[in-house]
Design a protein around this ligand. Structure first.
Ligand code: ATP
Length: 222
C-alpha cells in the first residue's frame, strides 16, 4: 500500500480530483465523508457532541445542525479545540482502520483531507495539493454549488492559506482551468503516486494510539 495525502482549500477541487483518481484505480478515503458518517444521529461522536453542546445543535429532524454548531465553535478557538478533541480521535481511528485493510496490497490509497497533513499522523508518502486561485474556487462554490459568497469567504479565511499549503506540497495539481484541463493532468499525478514509497508492514502510524494525541490545532474538520 502506498498512501498519498490529497489536500487543497475549500472548493479547490479535491473531490473532483479524487473521482478522477478513483477511475484510474486509487482507493479514496474521504475524511469529510467519514466525519459526516461518524456524526450521524446515534453514533458515538454525535452523542458526545450533543452531550457537550446540548439540544440546540440538534436539528428538527434529529440530525446534527452543523450551522448551529459552527456558530458556537468558530468564534471561540477554545471551544473549537474541545469539539475537535471529541471528533478527531474517532476520525483518526476510522481512517487508520480503513488503511489497515490495504496493508500488504498494492493499493494506492488517497487520503482526501481538508487539513494540512502532518506526515507523523498517518503514513503518508507524499502530499499532493490541488491548487486553485481563491477567486476561482469561490466562483465555483457560489455558482455551481449555490453557496453564499460571504460564507465561502469566511470558511476560506479559517483555513490554511494557499501559500501555506503550497509550502507543504510534494506535488501540485493546477485546477485553475476547466474540467478537461484538469483531466489531462491526472495521469501524471497517478504515475507520481505509484512511484512513492510503500508503507512498511510494521509502521506504527497505523496503530491506534492508546491515548489519542490527534491534533486539535484549531484547523477544524467541520
Ligand atoms: P470541498 O472543500 O467543499 O470539499 P472540494 O475541494 O472537494 O470542495 P470539489 O467539490 O471537487 O472541491 O469542487 C468544487 C466545485 O467546483 C464543484 O462543484 C466541482 O464540480 C467544481 N469544479 C471542480 N473543478 C472544476 C473545474 N476545473 N472546472 C469547473 N468546475 C470545477
Amino acid at each position: 500500500m502506498i498512501v498519498v495525502g490529497l489536500t487543497g482549500g475549500i472548493g479547490s477541487g479535491k473531490s473532483t480530483v479524487s473521482e478522477g483518481l478513483a477511475r484510474l484505480g486509487a482507493v479514496i478515503i474521504d475524511a469529510d465523508a467519514m466525519t459526516r458518517e461518524l456524526q450521524q444521529p446515534g453514533a458515538p461522536v454525535f452523542n458526545a457532541i450533543v452531550e457537550r453542546f446540548g439540544q440546540e445543535i440538534v436539528a428538527a429532524d434529529g440530525s446534527l445542525d452543523r450551522l448551529a454548531l459552527a456558530a458556537i465553535v468558530f468564534p471561540n478557538p477554545e471551544i473549537l479545540k474541545e469539539l475537535n478533541a471529541l471528533v478527531h480521535p474517532e476520525i483518526g481511528r476510522a481512517i487508520r482502520s480503513r488503511m489497515r485493510e490495504h496493508l500488504g496490497t498494492d493499493s494506492v490509497v488517497v487520503l482526501d483531507v481538508p487539513l494540512l497533513i502532518e506526515n507523523s499522523r498517518y503514513p503518508v508518502a507524499g502530499v499532493a495539493v490541488v491548487d486553485t486561485p481563491v477567486d476561482i474556487a469561490i466562483d465555483r462554490l457560489v455558482n455551481i454549488r449555490g453557496m453564499d459568497e460571504t460564507d465561502a469567504r469566511a470558511r476560506i479565511a479559517r483555513q490554511a492559506t494557499r501559500e501555506e499549503r503550497l509550502a507543504k506540497a510534494d506535488y501540485v495539481i493546477d485546477n485553475s482551468g476547466d474540467r478537461d484541463a484538469l483531466a489531462l493532468l491526472l495521469p501524471a499525478l497517478w504515475e507520481w503516486m505509484q512511484g512513492l514509497e510503500p508503507v512498511a508492514a510494521d509502521d506504527q502510524r497505523l496503530a491506534d494510539p492508546v491515548d489519542p494525541p490527534d491534533a486539535t490545532d484549531g484547523k477544524s474538520l467541520a
